[in-house]
Design a protein around this ligand. Sequence first.
Ligand code: MN
Length: 447
Amino acid sequence: MSLRRFLEKMEAEKEVLHVKDEVSTRFEIPFIMKKNDDEGPILIFEKIKNYKTKVVTNVCGTRRRICAALNVHENKLYQRLVEAWRSPRKPKIVKDGAVKDVVEEPDLSKIPVLKHFERDAGRYVTSAVIYAKGVDGNVENVSIHRLQVLDKNRLAIRLVPRHLFKLWQTAKEVGRDLDVSVSIGVHPVLMLAASSPVPFGVNEFGVANSLMDGGLRLVECENVDAYAPAEAELVLEGKISATKEVVEGPFVDVTGTYDVERRQPVVDVVGVMHREDHVYQALLSSGAEHRLLMGLPHEVLIWNSVSKVVSKVNAVNLSIGGCGWLHAVISIEKQLEGDGKNALSASFAAHPSLKHAVVVDSDIDVHNVSEVEWAIATRFQADEDLVIIKNVRGSTLDSSADQETGLTTKVGVDATRPLAKPEDRFERARIPAGRRAEELAHKLLGL
Ligand code: MN
């Protein structure tokens, strides 16, 4: 289960566009990535100015492709993820793999790392899946972190106070650097597993292996005590320093605004492994891919939580416009008056970063912004259906939250049909033209 096998599959489904013109890693590729952001294809840049390596982008840029990678229908996606989170499977460790085609001394200047946005502090690796083992050897963790290129063999890593941060702190307390493998160019399932909110102690490689039905193979690194996917395109072997820190940032975060400068640890890169003809995977920070990878696993949490308070949840969308993080649309099967508001409170409880939530009936497509707006326009009365929660903890990424306390205001919109009023007033008018018209429309308009 490798990135290139997935790319071959996507190639067959006409989801890949090859760019043959020469492009620069400095702003040019990110600019094209941004233009391609709305449901665009996977892009493979074949000719990179000053580099030999090709660049692939937007691999997980649509829900359709993420479902294709998991080999699952969209309406079974959440169940599939929940099952894998609950039952990780230990991946098989193998002696050799394609990633060991070339084992060499580190030289980060040979890798076509992008400079994305105007005020970014430098070139950033944004698609890296990072594995580390705790110093006691018991806990293994895999997560995605941004890495700023400092020079030929040093990176700065942004460690949000979560699992990898905890492993690094523990190593630091006993005066040890933390060994890591930094894998770039892996199967989308690994990206999704690494983005999943599983508890500390759950090895996300095990989650990925469960999603791959036991198909994940890992190799041991050459220079550090870490495992990496045997079929990755490129692996940097690193040590997160116990002593060395640098100023990291600014860099654009998922909201599309600049994250501030902070002191963050240095990663000393001590070895590199890659496939003979490896491609470098890039990911546009704040792009649809970034938002989907962060948001989609949290939709599962909302779905789970809301399912406990209403009879059925049809779909959840942490929308791209809401940064895949701050806005949710939830469609439910409403049975009783009040279901909408209960769904709102359950969703805020499930995803504490959530700021604005809209609940709609099952006839509304949560992914269609116009339909959601229509539901608000025709089914919502602010004096009855609006919920405001003041002074609560929300997302640290919300620029408008109180700077000192971090507190924010949350809004819930219950745009479900009021059951007490006549149903036909809220009916969405249909045109019953039948199968032939559907086929004609598809032929003429591709819709
Ligand atoms: Mn973890």
